[in-house]
Design a protein around this ligand. Structure first.
Ligand SMILES: [Zn+2]
Length: 395
């Protein structure tokens, strides 16, 4: 990774720094005390420390509803801020309790007793990065010092178009993404991946996040030619594992110790790893045999059927309708299996085939009338993406 493309390091601060303005107040007007709830602290104990007596506490607790400030749930370790008057009385004027990193409650004792709930301002920052795959995508994201959520989101975008089990050393990626910050400084998570390109075996796979329904705000990813990245089938029935045996007409069976066809693809993964349906469909078998172990079979259309073997546990029943990506069971080694894996089988018109050698159907394409707007939308994003330099594997 080159010096200038290094992602900005963001430190998550446990105690947010005091800015002159906070919680809607101009802090210069007060004597500010910042503290955290200690062991044994209750609302009454904290108030007492700042000169608010039990009589007043009683009034406050009776007046302010739990939904605004829950006095019984003042939790140890939570930060709070006291704003006192700058005059000689040094009276407590406002008590601010942080319910979460974003949400806080303010209790004011200036004129009458008053309380409200509010959120800290959240800002969205756009960033870009690039990386190179040395062992796996997650390792590459990790090496670049990025949020692991990026890996998941990134893999989700390409789950139909790129077989992540075939990613190679030297494959590269570039990303334009957005992050959320509280008070402009505190990292609060990934917002979105706006554009990405994955260079796999020398071919570039572009992806742009585009709003396809203005009413619901639903977005989806498309390539530089407005072609959907989704297809009717996912490339694999689980995430981040490895193929231990491919579809072949002839292999030496490790348990039966004889040569026979292996009409499936084996994915090795830890026991309990979720297995999902590669397409929408109806469960036609959820059963057990001595060879298959616990298995599930799904009919997607009249033409396509898939089957998933050796589960430790099944999660669906016959007749259930499942969506693409929905969990149907968990990896195990029931039946004839030497280790935990899922054997994925695929039928076209009742004939067992290798799904990786089929021309499989796309999902719903982009509506024609959206295309001009789409091309206009991606133009600056693509330029921005192309301007990011790929990381050199040897640097
Ligand atoms: Zn198998």
């Amino acid at each position: 990774m080159t010096e200038e493309s290094k992602p900005e390091k963001v430190n998550i601060k446990s105690e947010p720094k005091v800015s002159p303005k906070a919680y809607g107040f101009n802090l210069d007007e007060f004597e500010v005390v910042r503290d955290t709830v200690k062991r044994g602290d209750t609302f009454g104990v904290i108030m007492d420390k700042y000169g608010v007596g039990p009589g007043k506490v009683y009034q406050i607790v009776n007046k302010i509803p739990d939904s605004i400030m829950n006095f019984k749930r003042i939790n140890q370790g939570k930060p709070y801020t006291i704003l006192k008057s700058k005059d000689s009385t040094s009276a407590l004027q406002h008590f601010i309790y942080e319910n979460s990193r974003i949400n806080y409650s303010v209790l004011s004792l200036t004129d009458s007793i008053f309380a409200k709930k509010a959120n800290k301002p959240v800002t969205i920052k756009q960033k870009s990065t690039s990386g190179v795959i040395s062992s796996s995508l997650s390792a590459a994201i990790d090496e670049a010092g990025l949020d692991y959520l990026l890996t998941n989101r990134f893999a989700d975008i390409y789950q139909w178009s790129v077989d992540f089990f075939k990613l190679q050393k030297g494959d590269q990626f570039k990303l334009i993404y957005k992050e959320k910050y509280i008070d402009d400084t505190i990292y609060a998570g990934l917002e979105s991946i706006d554009a990405a390109v994955l260079k796999h075996k020398g071919r570039e796979f572009y992806a742009f996040d585009f709003e396809i329904d203005t009413l619901t705000g639903r977005t989806d990813y498309f390539d530089e030619n407005a072609k959907t990245l989704r297809s009717f089938f996912l490339k694999a029935p689980l995430k981040f594992s490895r193929i231990s045996s491919r579809y072949t007409r002839r292999r030496f069976h490790p348990v039966q110790k004889r040569w026979k066809a292996h009409k499936g693809t084996d994915y090795a993964a830890g026991t309990g790893t979720p297995i999902w349906s590669t397409a929408d469909g109806v469960v036609i078998k959820s059963s057990y045999t001595s060879g298959n172990g616990k298995y599930v079979k799904i009919r997607h259309t009249n033409k396509y059927t898939t089957q998933y073997l050796h589960m430790s546990r099944r999660a669906v029943k016959v007749g259930e309708y499942v969506k693409q990506g929905e969990i149907i069971g968990y990896v195990g080694q029931t039946g004839l299996a030497t280790g935990p894996h899922v054997c994925y089988r695929f039928w076209v018109n009742g004939r067992q085939v290798d799904p990786y050698k089929q021309d499989l159907p796309d999902a719903e394409p982009m509506k024609e009338e959206l295309k001009p707007k789409y091309f206009e939308f991606i133009k600056p994003l693509k330029t921005q993406l192309d301007d990011i330099e790929y990381v050199d594997l040897n640097s």
